[in-house]
Write a protein that binds this ligand. Sequence first.
Ligand SMILES: Cc1cc2nc3c(=O)[nH]c(=O)nc-3n(C[C@H](O)[C@H](O)[C@H](O)COP(=O)(O)OP(=O)(O)OC[C@H]3O[C@@H](n4cnc5c(N)ncnc54)[C@H](O)[C@@H]3O)c2cc1C
Length: 391
Amino acid sequence: MYDVIVIGAGIIGSYTAKELARLGHSVAALEKNPEPGCKTSCTGIVSQACLDMLPGSHSAIQREARSATVFSPDSNHLRIKRETTQAYILDRMALDRLVAEQAGQTGVEYFFSTPAIDLQSDDRGVHVNATRDARPLKLSARACVIACGTAPGLIRQLGMGRIRQYAHGAQTEVSCKNIDEVEVYSGRHFAPGFFAWLVPTMPGKAKAGLLSSTNPGTSITNLLRYLERQGKIQSASHYISYGSIPLKPLTKTYNHRILVVGDAAGQVKPTTGGGIYFGLICAGLAAQTLDESLRAGDLSARRLALYQKRWHKILKHELDIDYWAHRFYQGLTDKQVDHIFQVILRHGIHESLLASPDITFDWHGKVIVDAIRHRSLQRSLEKFKLFRPPA
Ligand SMILES: Cc1cc2nc3c(=O)[nH]c(=O)nc-3n(C[C@H](O)[C@H](O)[C@H](O)COP(=O)(O)OP(=O)(O)OC[C@H]3O[C@@H](n4cnc5c(N)ncnc54)[C@H](O)[C@@H]3O)c2cc1C
């Protein structure tokens, strides 16, 4: 009988497990893959604040980013630059390995190649059925954390609802010359409803990828052809990784003896698809709430509801505004995106926003509200009958 079983040893599951072990609890982590991070499609761009939550993560840095160029569908572009480093590009597999290694050193017992199949909770604990080397494995704990990413099966089984809206991503490694900063592309040809990117990693290498509201397979082919035609990339790897991001959080992220964290709970920014930082914040709150509840001997849904209260207090408003902005952007035609670009460029709106201390890599809500309050942008959105403010 463990204190806690964590299902899913991605970055968020391993971080939760590590925090719980650090607080003195016995923890088992179940991962369906043979090693951490081996199937990730993540680009690995994070802020300084995120890096600060992950001791030792400097070893996974591939590059620092101070600037980015954003292209409109019609190739208008605006450059965003600050004097200090705004983001770090990490080797995501190395990061997942590092956090799992640290968790292991803190006492977490890992079970790799061990998919959890189902779980039940009763008065005595949570009982997880898994398979290991094709043999059934049954583990029990006082509580369970579900951190299985966008795989919805276990949460649905528990009757905890489901996340209905996702964006779908594809990414591959490319060879390139002279790509020194992050490039972001908008347009329905590459990334309907979202955006595409070219992110330099090591000398001569970059990640080309996209998120999209439709089939990402077709979009990545279009993106790679476009980048080749532009002379930005020389070749692309044949291996394309696919993954999704949730666009809205799960309505209920706690149950009797159970908490849900990370992508499984939908703790992801719908503006950029970034989920590591918000997931880590929530993982910390999940570990804190479970620690208190384990010590108090009360793992009821009523007590664990405190976890959701805590993370909602920090993130809910931000996620609501970000979701509104995503939906607004998703509804625009390429022509409308180009028009908005031109208004931003003509009035230097990006420069005034960049000068604001409110703009950060992680928190977009305030900047979105400031941008839509900008008179020239508002006038043109009204003219195009586009302006519907967030509720
Ligand atoms: C294309 C793309 C690019 C992205 N780029 C960025 C970025 O630049 N920056 C950023 O912050 N975020 C980015 N994200 C989002 C980021 O990848 C996720 O938010 C983050 O990985 C969430 O971590 P997690 O641990 O919750 O889930 P995951 O990393 O998905 O980990 C879940 C783990 O659970 C395991 N698992 C699933 N089901 C079971 C089961 N039944 N039993 C046992 N194990 C199971 C999986 O194998 C996996 O290892 C991107 C996402 C995509 C799709």
